[in-house]
Design a binder for this molecule. Structure first.
Ligand SMILES: [Zn+2]
Length: 104
């Protein structure tokens, strides 16, 4: 059995980072609305950016969590489409990759 503990550590670090990033973004989203209308308009645009960044963080966090579950279940590092092993170089670049380079 291949030892995935290095990837697991990396994924756990990513998970912590994403949770922190999302809570910072969510705090920003709850900040007060400025009284001035023009400021409100730019604040709304900014809110949309913050919201989409928060959604990105949530989506990435879900992938990271799924990868950690796959490590526990022993299915980590195997392509979900063809069942072949995912190349180490790919896992190093994207530790939560679910497909090999030919399928993904
Ligand atoms: Zn594959």
């Amino acid at each position: 059995m291949t030892d995935f503990s290095a990837y697991q550590q990396q994924l756990l670090a990513m998970e912590r980072e994403l949770i922190e990033r999302r809570s910072r973004l969510d705090q920003h989203g709850r900040a007060g609305v400025p009284a001035d209308f023009e400021e409100q308009a730019s604040e709304r645009e900014n809110d949309e950016v913050v919201e989409s960044l928060s959604e990105q963080a949530t989506a990435e966090l879900a992938q990271v969590k799924a990868a950690l579950t796959r490590i526990e279940l022993g299915s980590y590092g195997t392509c979900v489409r063809c069942g072949e092993a995912i190349a180490a170089a790919r896992l190093q670049a994207v530790p939560y990759a679910t497909a090999c380079t030919s399928c993904g």
